[in-house]
Design a protein around this ligand. Sequence first.
Ligand SMILES: N[C@@H](CCC(=O)N[C@@H](CS)C(=O)NCC(=O)O)C(=O)O
Length: 213
Amino acid sequence: MELFWTPASPFTRKVSVAARELGLWDGIKIHKTTWPHDWGYATVPFTPGLAENNPIARIPTLITDDGVPLSCSTLACQYLDSLSGGKLTAPEAWKMWSLYAIADGLIEAQILMRAEMLRPAENRMESFLQKQRDRIDRCFDAIEARTGELECRAEGGLPNLAEITVGIACGYQDWREWLHEYRDGRPRLTSWYTDFAKRPSMAVTEPAETPER
Ligand SMILES: N[C@@H](CCC(=O)N[C@@H](CS)C(=O)NCC(=O)O)C(=O)O
């Protein structure tokens, strides 16, 4: 398998954490992906092989051992899980997928904000940024109300894909200094994430800036 990857991307971190939890990480060849920071609002030169395999030209892009390019983190995680007999995503686990979709939508709002923040300051649209902050807050509120579904802790059995994705959303919110504090009024999520972040798969995939090319 091959993976177009950077340590900054929360969608890509989903694949990294899933692969590590499933013991598949060492079997993946990593293509370190870099781009100029105007990627947020312009077509930029891509890392060789990325656009050729994935016309959307986004990361993560996972290429299976059969050479099939999977151009979305959800698909990539489902593929990895299929190699392991479905440990992260039980069949018809609609409650898990429902929580997953909220956490995934939260990450999408974070990345929309990232692209907007890459624009020159005078071109940023504050109402657009506020719309994403409001969405992020609604999603964190919904997750706080459903913390009973977050069972996986620092040690013990494998997390499901919703737990991985909620953990990554919290980690990205902490990492980008222009994203707001989400802990106030969300004590159960705060407590769960403090513990979940200690899992080795989370600790070794802490986000770091993509070098600018
Ligand atoms: N829905 C996609 C989203 C992937 C995505 O937005 N990736 C970002 C990095 S976190 C990216 O590659 N952005 C580059 C661009 O939009 O040009 C997934 O789940 O993989």
